[in-house]
Design a protein around this ligand. Sequence first.
Ligand SMILES: [Zn+2]
Length: 409
Amino acid sequence: VAVYDALWVNAHLATMTSQGDAYGSIRDGALATHGGLIAWVGPRAALPSQPQELARTVIDAGGRWITPGLVDPHTHAVFGGERLRDFERRIGGEAYVAATGPERGIAHTVAMTRAASDAELYASARGRLEALIASGATTVEIKSGYGLDEETEIRMLRTARRLGRDLGVTVRTTYLGAHVVPPEFLERRAEYVTFVCETMLPRLARERLADAVDVFCDSIAFAPEEARRIFSAAAALGFPVKMHADQLGDCGGAELAADCGALSADHLEYASDAGIAALAAAGTVAVVLPGAFYYLREKRAPPIATLRACGVPIALASDCNPGTSPLASLTAAMNMACVLFGLTPHEALLATTRNAARALGLGDRGELRLGLRCDLALWDVASPAELCYWLGRRLCAGVVVAGSSRAAP
Ligand SMILES: [Zn+2]
């Protein structure tokens, strides 16, 4: 009598647990699923009987490596239009903060997103999500923040939810109403913060459209005291919080994120030593975003050595967005994190599995371990480090979500 729904054999496993080598490797391993969870994992030689006697379906993984399905904990993948004009101007040497005026900056994407139909938002984001899945992702966070008015923010979050259902992966939605102050509130900032706290957050809680709340805290966005007000309102409604912190300058973002018990503080290029120490004490995950650093040709990398020294878990994300990181591949992000930030390949894989799951507050995934969700990625590589070595080459042979193989997009 078959015990398991499916069993993968002829595979090497990077379990990303703390057992064995850095990757928790099991060469010539086997992994079984039952009811969507990992029901057995270990060396093939330790299987209690023949594979065919153990599972209804036995899958020969062809000697591939299997890792936990990758987790992208920070994207802005739903938006209207693009920002080609910004891109062309910037490669001509213009600074990011100078991007204002028609067809420029976040305000342009806000206008394009408001003007886009639901079908247009869905179709363009679907292509980006398919690309992330093709790079090994089985869990993707998607933020709102390009609508800013009530109806467009709701449409963005509904689009994200629908994408998760249709593509058969986990989509976690984050409300980023505090991305920038929308044009109609430019002279009335405090009123906009009140609208976020008193109109948007209660509605999102009622309609269960957001899994977390994010604030862009920086010189061109929201001030620390505004962020604190939004986080208090979010926490009162039971939302976990996270923050775009210290990307363009040190505004005490890391300290504030830690103080508010944020799941993650993201970017952190300019975070201070005291800010990093505060993240460590609070158990807040640092999410690094090499795509934006690369596209903006920034000079200042996040303080990886200090994060390591303080023991802050480091996660990594595509930051897929039209303005500063039109990047739709987690393996490319891993390569960039190694080349630009000096992460080791092991740190980069930990940053897209265990630590990325933690950045989303998901304790049920991110490792190949008994009882966790059976979310897997299968790879055409000879070792896990090779995932970080190639740039622009498709390495993922397919993903498995809750025990079911998902056809490659
Ligand atoms: Zn972002």
